[in-house]
Design a protein around this ligand. Sequence first.
Ligand SMILES: [Fe+2]
Length: 310
Amino acid sequence: MLADPHRTAQWPPRLRTAADTAAGLEHRFGALTGEDLTPPAAQREALAEALTTVPGLGALQRELVAAVRDHGAAVLTGVPWHDGSLIALSACLGVVTAEDNGSPCRMVWDIREDPQAPEDPHAQQRDRFDLHTDSTFSARPHDTVGMVCVEPAADGSGRTLLLTADRLVQALRATGHEGELARLCRPDFPFGPGHVAGTPPHRAAVLRIPDGPARVRYRFDLLHRAVGHSSAHNLAAAEVRSALAALAAVETVLADPRLITSLLLGRGDYLVLDNSRVLHGRSAVTASTGRHLRRLKLRDRTAANPTSRS
Ligand SMILES: [Fe+2]
C-alpha cells in the first residue's frame, strides 16, 4: 500500500464504520436498488428500519451528521457500496435524489473512466478535474454530495482535492483580492441554462459570506463561458470584465497547492461534503487502473420536494 501522509490530516475528520454495522447494512439493504429507494418515503422507512436493526448505526449517523455540520466534510471508512446500503446509510443526511446525478441520472452514479462518455466528461475521463461544486448550474444545487471509493487507482493517482469556501475567502483576502471578493459576492453571476433559447439564466453569487461558514457555487469552465455570454443577458461590458477578473482571481488562488487538501480515498472510504461549503476536484488519473467511485447527491430533508420524484 502506498504511504499517504494526508491520511493523518485533521481535516476532513475520519470516522470508522464498525464491521458489524457495515455487515448489518449489507445484510438488510444490500440487495435493494436505487429505484427501490427513490421515493423519499421509502428512504425514511429504510432509515427507521436501519436504526432499529443495524448495530451501531444510530451513533455512527449522529457522528457523521455532526462532522459534516461542524467541518463541512467527513470521511467514513469501511462503508459498503451497494445502492441500498449507501442510501440507507445516507438518509440521515437528507433525501437522496437522482436529479442531475450523471447521465442518464441515477440514485447512485458510477464514476469510472469512460472515454466514450458524451456527458460529464471530466468525471469519466483521466484529466485533472479542477475544484468545483456539484450541480452548479441546477436551479438549486444539491446540499450534500457523497462519494464512496469502490476501487482506488492502483498507482495512487486520481487523488481527491478539497478546499473550503472559508479558506478560499481567506486566501483571496491574503492575496490582496478584496475587490474581486466583493465582486464574487454580488448575486448577478449567470447560472442556469442560459444557452437554451428563451430561458433566462438564474443569477446568484459565487461566494456568500453570512455570519456562519462561507458558501460557494463554482465551476470555472461553465461559469467563465456563461459570463462571457452575459452581454446577451443585459450585463454591461464593465460588469462582464469585473466578473471575469474576479473568476481569474479565484483560479489564481486555486492554483496554489499549499491551500488544497489532497487525499487518496481507499476502498470503502465514503467522502461526504457540504456542497455549499466545500469545493472538490481530482488530480489526473495517470493510468488506466480501474479507479471506481460511486456518487450520491442529496437535498436537505426540509427543502426537498417529495412530489418531485420521477
Ligand atoms: Fe464533482
